[in-house]
Design a protein around this ligand. Structure first.
Ligand SMILES: [Zn+2]
Length: 443
């Protein structure tokens, strides 16, 4: 692991070195006085212990090295290259300082990325994990492949295509992003059908549930999956209400193979299918991962991704055996998500937040979670090939570094405020970076 730079956030001497920001000077003088030597924001002994913990990354999209042939496109069920323009957050922009730092740390000033990929081939993805201090990465991919295999990579396939079995043209017509997404979901469902050995969707709902939905989940499980992922927040609201089977069956039977169903009817069918899949995942010992965060694209429905929409799912007695992981920790609803951690079947990770937010900002959220139910908080990166410059390697590196820095900041604060001992701080760091995931997935 390369050496890590700790941002001296909140350090009064740093503030004094920024003369252009007059208000910051005034603030610093008010709060501390520039002559005083303040303690560093991070406890450096704790930070170096945290750096040494080999992490389990709860959520990422590693990419295979394919030297001869078309590039790997199985790193996501919804790999959309061209979405309508949106205003990028600062840390996702080209030449963002953390990105440049990641690139230098991984590939050097001469950028040896392509050369390393050629030299290492299938050993390259595991090499990337070594550079970021990640022991095991949960690979959220349509399929695994050479170079992305256990024990370093564990599979999390996608289940969204199974909850949209009808004509999706009505949903796709809403905007250009949805049009791309539903075309990809239709393609993935066709793949699942083929893998299930069926030429077309069954006419009977019972057959659809047994021969397509359950069959696909069981195949995933046999293929090594430890969880199923829903990117549903990109496709609809996360309010999956309770719906009785007769209603779902009627909608399916009436619409299968016909035109687009009425939207309310279709939502009821999707809601039923989501809960059916969640229950099946509980039976099969698969966790359920859900994207809970504002998402990419200018049409993303932020309100629909509020994790509070999942409360009725978490509260359903028949779904208490299913472990739900709210991936990305619900940002911006990070306070709303906190009490959900009390549900026995609820977990979260802070992937993507550690890519897009600075350590000090993320630390505030982490501290609230660690003061509430720390055994349900998981580290994750959301390493993803965002662009040529911001690949899964660089994004994973930035997120892993920021995540560790934020954790060190949060724990330092708790220690200095007398909430926890140094031993407990280290124990919490191990839980978040590794042990909570190990226990959750039985790794
Ligand atoms: Zn992701």
């Amino acid at each position: 692991m390369p050496s890590r730079r700790h941002y001296p956030i909140g350090h009064a001497t740093v503030v004094c070195m920024m003369p252009r920001h007059g208000w910051m000077l005034a603030l610093a003088a008010l709060l501390a006085g520039c002559s005083r030597t303040d303690r560093a924001a991070v406890d450096s002994a704790l930070a170096s212990e945290i750096d040494r913990i080999r992490a389990i990354d709860n959520h990422a999209h590693p990419v295979r090295v394919i030297l001869n042939g078309p590039p790997d496109r199985e790193f996501d069920a919804l790999p959309v290259d061209n979405m309508e323009p949106a205003s990028d957050p600062v840390n996702a922009r080209p030449n963002a300082p953390p990105l440049l730092e990641a690139s230098r740390a991984l590939f050097g000033a001469a950028d040896r990325k392509a050369q390393l990929q050629r030299e290492k081939g299938d050993a390259y993805p595991a090499w990337v994990l070594d550079q970021t201090g990640v022991d095991v990465m949960l690979a959220n991919r349509v399929a695994m492949g050479p170079g992305i295999q256990p024990p370093r990579f564990r599979w999390v396939p996608y289940a969204d295509a199974l909850i949209f079995p009808l004509d999706n043209s009505g949903l796709a017509a809403r905007n250009s992003d949805r049009k791309s997404f539903f075309a990809l979901e239709d393609k993935l469902r066709a793949r699942y059908l083929e893998e299930s050995g069926l030429p077309a969707l069954p006419a009977s709902f019972s057959d659809y549930l047994a021969r397509v939905v359950t069959a696909t989940l069981e195949r995933h499980k046999q293929g090594g999956a430890i969880a199923e992922k829903f990117e549903a927040a990109y496709l609809r609201t996360l309010a999956f209400n309770p719906v009785n089977r007769d209603t779902a069956e009627r909608v399916y039977a009436r619409s299968i193979g016909k035109g687009a169903p009425e939207e309310g009817d279709y939502k009821a069918l999707q809601d039923y299918l989501f809960r059916y899949i969640a229950a099946e995942c509980g039976r099969l010992g698969l966790a359920v991962h859900l994207h809970t965060m504002a998402g990419a694209g200018s049409y993303f429905d932020v309100a629909g991704a509020n994790p509070l929409h999942l409360e009725s799912v978490l509260n359903a007695p028949e779904l208490r055996k299913t472990r739900f992981v709210m991936v990305h920790g619900g940002w911006p609803f990070t306070r709303e998500i906190t009490p959900l951690l009390e549900k026995p079947n609820a977990y979260l990770d802070f992937s993507s937040q550690d890519l897009l937010l600075p350590p000090a900002t993320l630390a505030v959220t982490l501290r609230e979670w660690l003061e509430w139910v720390p055994e349900k908080v998981l580290f994750g990166t959301d390493a993803y090939p965002y662009s040529d410059q911001l690949g899964w390697e660089e994004s994973g590196w930035v997120a892993a570094h920021t995540g560790r820095q934020a954790l060190a900041l949060a724990l330092t604060g708790m220690m200095r405020d007398g909430e926890i001992s140094r031993d407990r701080a280290l124990e919490l760091a191990r839980l978040v970076l590794r042990e909570n995931a190990r226990k959750l997935y039985g790794l």
